[in-house]
Design a protein around this ligand. Structure first.
Ligand SMILES: Cc1cc2nc3c(=O)[nH]c(=O)nc-3n(C[C@H](O)[C@H](O)[C@H](O)COP(=O)(O)OP(=O)(O)OC[C@H]3O[C@@H](n4cnc5c(N)ncnc54)[C@H](O)[C@@H]3O)c2cc1C
Length: 393
């Protein structure tokens, strides 16, 4: 990466992890990112490499065979991986959402049954099934139900989830549904009944839907998932009935730090590409990097990346200090995703016509950056959370 990296006050251990992942991303991830994007194929060999490095257990506590990463380490890993490929970083962060749910909300038996394998081998790959066709920013509007069958001591899931990352490659899903305990399916009561379930993908009635054709993040596997009388044992419930939505919001706040860090990684990659190009490309008998207009663009891009990284680090610091870091996480995601958009845009501009072609990575980075403003809470939702902080609400 070019230039001094502001916000790099890491411990020796955190810096060592960052260096390791940067090397892996540069050698194993980035070289194949364009092809994976073009063929819309997730690089499973890279996933196995992540497992070998222990990163598929990034947020799994050490007693279950995981890395037990602190928030700063989680962020630097996400940034370094996204520098190589946002699709790979996204797949890992969603797997981490799933392992975090099991670690934080699961019973001892659930943790022992799932976490060691998911950490050590990266299999089964985790999914996080919250969004639905009619319920995105407001997940409380979800229609998926889980009806308790007392005779079988099972829940019967019915409904449709949308935009599920790792949808085809995933082996286990954290599913949010409105639980109707004791078989009472009265819809008013269901409003407050969102509950989390752990559902293996090979359960009867778990149906993977069509793969989404996307603007960017094309190597990431995004599908719908339908539950058609999908029966799970009651012991697969992760929280008490009605406690699922607050659990989802807690998990998503943690996840936002990861998405913000990924946005920084994409922006840094675009800055690096644009800097190299500006050094090499000559017009008017000199490198375009000697032209003040281009130098100022790079100065602004570099400042945006540094500011975004500092907001990510501040959110990590608050989280590690045990503070309420919801506003800080939203500020980091809002500003870092905005930086990813503006920096990739300028990186394409600095490449001129070449930047508009698939020959150069900035074209893919530009398309990929957009998603960071949308998933795990849109920019508008981040601003709503930040405004609540402004008013002390
Ligand atoms: C590639 C990809 C991967 C994804 N992966 C997953 C996944 O693994 N699991 C999962 O559960 N979901 C996933 N999602 C879903 C994602 O989190 C949602 O798309 C996102 O939360 C927005 O929901 P929506 O698309 O329904 O938009 P909507 O909620 O319909 O929003 C439409 C527009 O209205 C705005 N808006 C809505 N409500 C408000 C409000 N109150 N105030 C101001 N503005 C508002 C939004 O900001 C947006 O601009 C993924 C999405 C994509 C595209």
């Amino acid at each position: 990466m070019t230039g001094a990296r502001v916000g790099s006050a890491l411990t020796d251990e955190q810096a060592a992890v960052r260096d390791l992942v940067e090397e892996f991303a540069a050698e194993e991830v980035r070289p194949n990112a364009a092809e994976a994007d073009e063929t819309e194929t997730f690089p499973e060999d890279v996933w196995d490499g992540l497992a070998e490095l222990g990163l598929t257990g990034l947020t799994v506590p050490e007693e279950y065979g995981g890395f037990g990463a602190d928030k700063t380490t989680y962020a630097v890993v996400n940034e370094a991986l996204a520098h190589g490929s946002l699709a790979v970083a996204t797949a890992l962060s969603v797997h981490c959402l799933a392992t975090s749910c099991i670690a934080e909300f699961g019973t001892e038996a659930q943790r022992e049954a799932w976490l060691p394998e998911m950490a050590e081998t990266g299999r089964p790959v985790g999914m996080f099934c919250l969004s639905e066709p009619q319920a995105g920013s407001n997940p409380a509007q979800m229609a998926t139900t889980a009806t308790y069958d007392p005779e079988a001591d099972e829940y019967v899931l019915n409904g449709e989830k949308q935009w599920i990352t790792n949808g085809r490659r995933g082996g286990v899903a954290i599913v949010f549904a409105k639980a109707a305990g004791e078989g009472d399916a009265d819809s008013d009561e269901l409003d407050d009944a969102i509950t989390q379930f752990l559902v293996p993908a090979d359960t009867d009635g778990f149906e993977v839907g069509k793969k989404e054709e996307k603007l960017g993040l094309r190597a990431s596997d995004t599908t719908g998932i339908t539950f058609d009388d999908c029966r799970v044992p009651a012991e697969n419930r992760l929280t008490e009935e009605g406690k699922g939505l607050s659990a989802a919001f807690r998990t998503l706040t943690e996840g936002r730090i990861g998405i913000a860090a990924q946005a920084v990684g994409v922006a840094q990659a675009a800055l690096d590409e644009a800097t190299s190009y500006a050094e090499e490309r000559e017009q008017f008998d000199r490198p375009i990097g000697d032209i003040q207009t281009i130098r100022h663009k790079l100065a602004e891009m570099s400042t945006d990346v540094s500011a975004a990284r500092l907001l990510v680090r501040e959110a990590c610091r608050q989280a590690e200090a045990g503070e309420d870091y919801r506003v800080a996480a939203s500020k980091a995601k809002y500003r870092a995703s905005e930086a990813a958009m503006s920096v990739t845009n300028e990186a394409v501009q600095i490449h001129g016509g070449y930047g508009y072609t698939t020959e150069f990575d900035v074209e893919r980075l530009y398309r990929d950056a957009k998603i960071t403003e949308i998933y795990e809470g849109t920019t508008e939702i981040q601003k709503t959370i930040i405004a609540r902080g402004v008013f002390g609400e």
